[in-house]
Design a protein around this ligand. Structure first.
Ligand code: ADE
Ligand code: ZN
Ligand code: ZN
Length: 307
């Protein structure tokens, strides 16, 4: 009796702590969507490498572990990973510069989402190139972190302003519910979309995005995928590409997320319907780019840009 009461109390504390800490990054649904879309664009070698690296608990499905970095980031032994989910720019600066912006609150350089993407891409690449040598990185964790952070960098407010912590301190109402602007972009837009258009079914929403990728967005997909360095060989374009993803996000944050969303605003149909296409496109882009990155890491073929 005593121990079950204690467990109940403990569970409440955990739920409360998560509520206080507020937003996870793109909610569970957002990360699942990005990784599910990516899986359908994996080349054969990528499918095999990912299967080999995934933990047993994933049962061969990358999408099922794509939110893992959010689940662990408040545990004390993983606290060092918390600043790796985002990068903030000086207030009202709608551009992103790696050297200026990629640091944590203690000004430690490279400790931000784009720095983390470089780091985990490098770990997986060097292991893939030196597959006979012993590698000291934990590549299972590297794969799960990389897949998660590529999703995060596509959430516009994960490249937001320093002063409002990417919208976390901007209190707004989403219809009648009190929340904050960051949470609207991580969760609420997706949640309302599922309720309004997909009978609360995430697989149906993913299917619709995949259909749009093969029809509506098909002409854009090649330009999303890789760096466009004049048709020259593009062996390690990560630096250029990740710079582009973060720059796009802060632009979208300024143009769509922060606009008409000052503290105390009630956001309803106008905001929802005009921002939904942005969220849909960012989820799809995140998926395409995660697949392109992993294909580049695990493929043995040299790639030509624009090919
Ligand atoms: N904390 C501070 N800035 C943040 C951001 N842009 N996204 C998520 N959490 C944050
Ligand atoms: Zn995150
Ligand atoms: Zn977030």
């Amino acid at each position: 009796m005593k121990s079950s009461l204690l467990r109940l109390w403990f569970a409440r504390v955990i739920v409360l702590t998560q509520l206080i800490h507020g937003a996870l990054s793109w909610g569970k649904e957002g990360h699942y969507t990005v990784c599910k879309i990516a899986e359908s664009y994996f080349e054969e070698e990528t499918v095999a490498a990912v299967k080999r690296l995934l933990p047993e608990s994933a049962q061969g499905d990358l999408a099922s572990v794509c939110s893992w970095p959010d689940e662990i980031k408040h545990h004390w032994q993983w606290r060092w990973t918390s600043p790796l989910h985002y990068v903030d720019t000086p207030d009202y600066r709608c551009n992103y510069l790696y050297c200026r912006d990629c640091h944590d609150t203690h000004k430690h350089q490279d400790r931000c989402v784009t720095g983390a993407i470089f780091n985990y891409t490098m770990q997986l690449m060097s292991a893939s190139e030196n597959s006979r040598r012993i590698v000291h990185y934990n590549l299972t964790e590297a794969l799960m972190f990389l897949s998660h952070y590529i999703g995060d960098v596509h959430q516009p407010l994960h490249v937001g302003f320093l002063g409002d912590e990417g919208g976390n301190t901007i209190t707004v109402r989403w219809y009648r519910r009190k929340t904050n602007l960051h949470h609207v972009w991580d969760n609420m837009i997706i949640e309302s979309t599922l309720k309004t258009y997909y009978n609360k079914s995430l697989p149906l929403m993913i299917q619709a995005l995949q259909a749009n990728l093969t029809h509506g967005w098909s002409n854009d997909v090649p330009s999303w995928e890789s760096c466009q360095l004049n048709q020259t060989a593009c062996p390690n374009s990560t630096v250029v590409d990740v710079f582009r993803y973060a720059s796009e996000s802060i632009s979208l944050a300024c143009k769509y997320a922060y606009r008409n969303a000052t503290p105390g605003t009630t956001l309803g149909d106008d905001y929802f319907l005009s921002r939904l296409p942005v969220v849909e496109k960012r989820l799809a882009q995140g998926g395409i780019r995660l697949a392109a990155t992993l294909n580049r890491i695990f493929s043995s073929k040299p790639k030509l840009a624009g090919a």
